[in-house]
Design a protein around this ligand. Structure first.
Ligand code: LLP
Length: 418
């Protein structure tokens, strides 16, 4: 459930008409609902209440400071994967003890920053990385917590680009290597190797791959007599984009709680999309309608540089007119909704049935709150649009639209070329 609903043929975000927001904010822009964001965070917290897990929101899904701050204020921890995300996490006021840090390629400077801040855990992804963290911890005279990311070799039914827990993926360590690391803990006097971590993929619709992976890890810990006190089960919960019927937080918890309870480990979850996905939309405006002998294109002012998921994964996002008209033009026709970028792959939706949309009509691309703005770019030298959040009866610009000047920030023409 989310707070983007039609009332009298008008799309609202909570209690505010999206069209009213677009009167003062230029399109394209991202629009977030605070209430939806917090509701989804609470859904996870409530479903898992019996084990009181630490829920670390995955910053990569939406790293806007207001989004992070809203979640942190409501008790969330954060899952980061770079120095930049850590920097934003700090600005959002997160407690160091609620930050976990994953990623296969942590730079030394990033490791140092995270140690200095005093994060809860590094989720390590290779033996070399472990050795490097030991050296850095030694130099800084700090004791550092480590969880070993295990690749449990399970097949989550999702897009191949976002499956991370299969044996051939670059993420995590196989059981044998993990065992070796646990057996050689003595080699790392500055590290407390006290947890295991998995993240098997994203947009996973049922609990089965999770239960398989969790079982495999728990059996591994038992068979090797490895003692840890934390188990980070990652993120990956799927959401509704079109006709999916994903598990709810409640049914997900029902499937895995028995296993987790029995393990007696402290549990960490890292949901991203589940919390932010349905909390945001992309609002864009119709520029032109182009009819060719083969197709009709609705050309809008938002494209793959704003939301790359359709182009990159052929992901489906529902596209709806912000104001549904009741006259004869309401008859739906089959169209491709495309952006202004010079790429054939620049589309937001293909073969959609939409009513005629006059120049200037607003269109909403739904479920764009996760991996929307965070994966946007300046391709074709297009300044990114604003991010706006509805909180209560007001809306707030939580990131200003970029200007042309922002596009050249840091660029230098060498004197020799002047
Ligand atoms: N934890 C780790 C270690 C991760 O790598 C990820 C996502 C998450 C948690 C959060 O996963 P979520 O709950 O959001 O599924 N750009 C793709 C998704 C890539 C996910 C990368 N890792 C997309 O737009 O579908």
């Amino acid at each position: 459930m989310h707070e983007f609903n039609f009332k009298d043929n008008e799309l609202y975000c909570e209690n505010i008409k999206v069209a009213d927001i677009a009167k003062s904010v230029a399109t394209p822009f991202y629009l977030y609902s605070y209430k939806t964001l917090i509701d989804h965070y609470r859904k996870i917290k409530t479903a898992f209440r019996p084990i009181d897990p630490l829920v670390c929101f995955s910053v990569k899904s939406n790293s806007n400071l207001a989004v992070l701050r809203a979640l942190v204020k409501n008790g969330a921890g954060l899952d980061v994967v770079s120095g930049g995300e850590l920097y934003k996490a700090k600005l959002a006021g997160v407690k160091a003890g609620k930050v976990v840090y994953a990623g296969v390629g942590k730079k030394h400077s990033e490791i140092e920053e995270a140690i200095e801040f005093g994060i809860l855990f590094f989720n390590i992804e290779s033996e070399e990385e472990l050795g490097d963290i030991e050296k850095i911890a030694n130099r800084l005279k700090k004791k550092v917590n480590i969880a070993v990311r295990i690749n449990p070799d399970v097949i989550p039914k999702t897009h191949r680009y976002i499956a991370t827990g299969k044996g051939e993926s670059k993420f995590g360590l196989d059981f044998e290597t993990a065992h070796k690391i646990f057996n050689s803990r003595w080699k790392y006097p500055h590290l407390n190797i006290r947890g295991v971590h998995i993240h098997i993929g994203s947009q996973i619709l049922n609990a089965e791959p999770f239960t398989t992976a969790i079982r495999k890890v728990l059996e591994f810990l038992k068979s090797c007599k490895i003692e840890v006190d934390y188990f980070n089960i990652g993120g990956g919960l799927g959401i509704v984009y079109s006709i999916e019927n994903p598990q709810t937080a409640k049914s997900f918890a029902k499937s895995i709680l028995p296993l987790l309870k029995k393990s007696k480990l402290n549990i960490i979850l890292e949901p991203g999309r589940f919390i932010s996905g349905n909390s945001g939309i992309l609002v864009t405006k119709v520029l032109y309608t182009k009819r060719t002998p083969r197709k009709t294109f609705i050309i809008v002012d938002g494209g793959m540089s704003d939301l790359i998921r359709p182009s990159l994964y052929e992901a489906y996002h529902k596209i709806v007119p912000v104001r549904v008209r009741q006259d004869s033009s309401a008859t739906a026709e089959r169209v491709d909704v495309v952006g202004p970028i010079c790429e054939t792959g620049d589309f937001l939706g293909k073969d959609r049935y939409l009513p005629r949309m006059p120049k200037g009509s607003l269109v909403a691309v739904m479920a764009a709150g996760a991996y929307g703005f965070t994966m946007s770019s300046n391709y074709n030298s297009r300044p990114r649009g604003a991010e706006v959040m509805v909180i209560g009866n007001k809306f707030y610009t939580v990131k200003e639209a970029e200007s042309y000047k922002d596009l050249v920030h840091g660029e230098i023409i060498p004197r020799i070329l002047r």
